[in-house]
Write a protein that binds this ligand. Structure first.
Ligand SMILES: Cc1cc2nc3c(=O)[nH]c(=O)nc-3n(C[C@H](O)[C@H](O)[C@H](O)COP(=O)(O)OP(=O)(O)OC[C@H]3O[C@@H](n4cnc5c(N)ncnc54)[C@H](O)[C@@H]3O)c2cc1C
Length: 412
């Protein structure tokens, strides 16, 4: 067997795992339906990813951050959260000693540098233009079967094939999906009154607006509405679109002008019951599909990748089978201690701040006032962005052990 791990999916998560494992001395095969041209120059998809200091340090450790070009990583210095018509936000600032909360990087730039770095690594075999069709998993070995019938024997198969992962489903892992009944429109806009380094999350009545600073008077604008309203907004002629968005932001940023294309995303949260099975693990959106409102998706993916890579490196170094149940269970335990509270908290925020009825409005306003006037709460929020260790703090590990035992059938 000359492959240790088969990774299904060459998105930013699958590629980052392939890099981390290759650097740990493991032999990796990557499978993706995209071809070389699409992976080396991925098209803009409108997503601007807010990255935390921990994510930045992992991307640097794996050689990806250094490949970004100057200007591709504008700083994020402060986040302001507004509720309804109130002009008084809750402000989240960097913890003391930190100059900023994080960085903004386009998703297509993250994909480009991940592929370039993965190409530069030895130890990765590529199976492009093909899909993983089936994962055969026995007690002592696994085999990845591709859609053209080619078979890749391995010790472990990892699904990194999006939140709707067909590989996870084929492995028999159930997932809870929550369709929020909303879509998101994302685009770049030029602002008459820019807010350098400042992000806005505006939990308005009937809509949610976000603004992510990109430098040069530009910002990424994110609007959440019912899907039919998003479709109409996407199809509006440009001048009418500019007027509409300027009005939605109540002229607080002056006039706003579209730069480039508009992209729409349906909002569906996905929480699989488990993220491991026999000789099988999930990472990235396949392991937890977050609502983007709290900007945790790729940040959590990178934490999970660091945890899995660490467990596999350790097992490999000790001469232990990397597909062993105990190795995978240890990864799952640490990863879910971090993701489960964040997933549940994010769902709660989306539900509360998507509710415009009077009692909810009172609670919404009270929540932000409490946050603004209770500095330890804001420090806790900033610390969730600033964790310097991918492992969960001890209290989260204990809570995971006591409160949420994750079932893991041995017969799968
Ligand atoms: C509008 C928006 C804004 C966001 N903002 C943020 C943010 O600010 N911060 C943050 O941390 N996250 C954010 N996210 C989340 C982030 O974009 C995702 O978490 C991240 O892109 C997931 O990457 P992935 O590699 O796991 O999955 P994907 O990017 O979905 O990649 C999956 C890959 O699997 C491949 N594939 C599919 N099926 C198969 C198969 N059968 N075999 C092999 N390969 C297969 C696909 O071709 C693809 O290349 C945002 C998301 C959205 C939609």
């Amino acid at each position: 067997m000359n492959t240790d791990v088969v990774v299904a999916g060459a998105g930013p998560s699958g590629l980052s795992l392939a890099i981390a494992l290759s650097q740990a001395g493991l032999r990796v095969s990557v499978v993706d339906p995209a071809d070389e041209a699409a992976l080396s120059a991925p098209p803009d998809d409108g997503r601007e990813i807010a990255l935390t200091p921990l994510s930045q340090s992992l991307l640097r450790q794996w050689g990806q951050w250094q490949r970004l070009e100057t200007g591709e990583q504008p700083p994020l210095r402060e986040a302001r959260v507004f509720d309804g018509s109130s002009l008084r936000p809750m402000t989240v600032s960097p913890p003391s000693g930190q100059p900023q909360l994080g960085w903004m990087v386009s998703n297509h730039a993250l994909r480009r540098v991940a592929y370039a770095q993965a190409q530069a690594e030895g130890g990765i075999d590529w199976y492009l233009g093909r899909r993983l069709q089936h994962a055969g998993r026995e007690a002592d070995a696994a085999v990845a079967v591709l859609d053209d019938g080619e078979r890749i024997p391995a010790r472990l198969i990892v699904a990194a094939d999006s939140r709707f992962s067909s590989t996870r489903r084929a492995a028999g892992i159930p997932a809870r999906m929550h369709d929020f009944g909303r879509s998101m429109l994302v685009c770049r806009m030029r602002l008459q009154r820019p807010q350098p380094g400042v992000a806005w999350e505006w939990l308005d009545y009937g809509q949610t607006l976000a603004l992510l600073p990109l430098g040069d008077n530009l910002a990424s604008v994110v609007i959440t509405l019912p899907p039919s309203a998003i479709d109409s907004l996407r199809d509006l002629p440009e001048a009418a679109f500019n007027d509409d968005i300027t009005r939605r932001f109540r002229q607080r940023l002056g006039t706003m002008e579209l730069v480039g294309e508009r992209f729409a995303y349906p909002l569906v949260g996905v929480h699989p019951e488990r993220c491991v099975a026999r000789r099988f693990a999930c990472i990235g959106d396949a392991a937890v599909g977050m609502h983007p409102i709290t900007a945790h998706g790729y940040n959590l993916a990178l934490r999970g990748i660091a945890l899995l890579a660490d467990r596999l490196r350790g097992a490999h170094g000790r001469g232990v089978d990397i597909g062993d149940d105990a190795v995978l269970d240890a990864f799952q335990h640490e990863f879910r201690a971090i993701t489960r509270p964040l997933f549940l908290a994010t769902q709660g925020i989306v539900q509360l701040y998507g509710d415009d009825r009077l009692p909810a409005r009172v609670l919404r306003r009270a929540g932000l006032r409490f946050g603004q006037h209770f500095p330890p709460f804001r420090r806790l929020l900033a610390r969730t962005l600033d964790a310097s260790d991918p492992r969960p703090p001890p209290w989260m590990r204990v809570a995971e052990r006591l409160l949420w035992r994750t079932p893991r059938p041995r017969s799968d």
